[in-house]
Design a protein around this ligand. Structure first.
Ligand SMILES: Nc1ncnc2c1ncn2[C@@H]1O[C@H](COP(=O)(O)OP(=O)(O)O)[C@@H](O)[C@H]1O
Ligand SMILES: O=P(O)(O)OC[C@H]1O[C@H](OP(=O)(O)OP(=O)(O)O)[C@H](O)[C@@H]1O
Length: 186
């Protein structure tokens, strides 16, 4: 029995600082728990920059999508816009657990929208983050510095949060995440 014995799937919101391994852990969880629906975000980022699978949009396209009600929730960060397609509500309504790369700043709003929200908070030491962002090389050095400066952010109170360190081998983190988030019957 979970804490939130409500009908519908869980929205598993993966959060943590830039470079901590959110996308990597999510990719592993998708393989470990094939029944999970992994949410494909809309991002105003150039297409094909790797990491997660996302739908690239221009700012104008994104704003039109907002007006059209295409998103369940959206936010801005790192000079980009991120949107969670409204179709996530359909998957949750069908009882499917959904996994999404999320923003700590958007969690308070999500808590009021999704009754079965579970936060997977991934952590790593500052030096680990710096090494990983440099090695990933998706952003410029200036952008990386800004991301590192924003690494620490509080989580809102009152949410179900699972904390998971990703300083060690990725396979170990994925196995632990899959174990902690295996589907449960309510
Ligand atoms: N446990 C780990 N050990 C070594 N490298 C990792 C680990 N987890 C993630 N990485 C690497 O660190 C970089 C950042 O990971 P990523 O999943 O893009 O993080 P985020 O989505 O949180 O920004 C990527 O190059 C990824 O391959
Ligand atoms: O409010 P915060 O918790 O700081 O999160 C801000 C944004 O950072 C991440 O974006 P993105 O996946 O583009 O960046 P990352 O891979 O470098 O974390 C995350 O998915 C949020 O969209």
């Amino acid at each position: 029995m979970t804490r939130n014995a409500t009908s519908g799937g869980r929205l598993i919101a993966v959060v943590g600082p830039s470079g901590v391994g959110k996308d990597s852990v999510m990719a592993g969880m998708r393989r470990a728990i094939p029944s999970l629906h992994v949410v494909r975000r809309v991002i105003t980022r150039a297409p094909g920059l790797g990491g997660e699978d996302y739908d690239a949009a221009s700012v104008a396209q994104f704003e039109t999508m907002v007006e059209d009600g295409a998103f369940a929730l959206h936010w801005g960060a790192h000079g980009l816009h991120y949107g969670i397609p409204v179709t996530v509500k359909h998957h949750l309504g069908q009882g499917t657990d959904c996994l999404v790369n999320f923003s700590r700043k958007a969690l308070a709003q999500a808590g009021g929208m999704f009754p079965r929200l579970v936060v997977l908070n991934i952590t790593a030491k500052p030096e680990t983050l710096a090494q990983r962002l440099a090695a990933r090389a998706r952003e410029t050095e200036e952008e990386i510095s800004k991301r590192l400066a924003e690494a620490d952010k509080p989580l809102p109170a009152g949410l179900e949060v699972i904390h998971l360190a990703n300083d060690g081998p990725l396979s170990q983190t994925i196995a632990r995440a899959a174990d902690l988030l295996q589907p449960v019957s309510v």
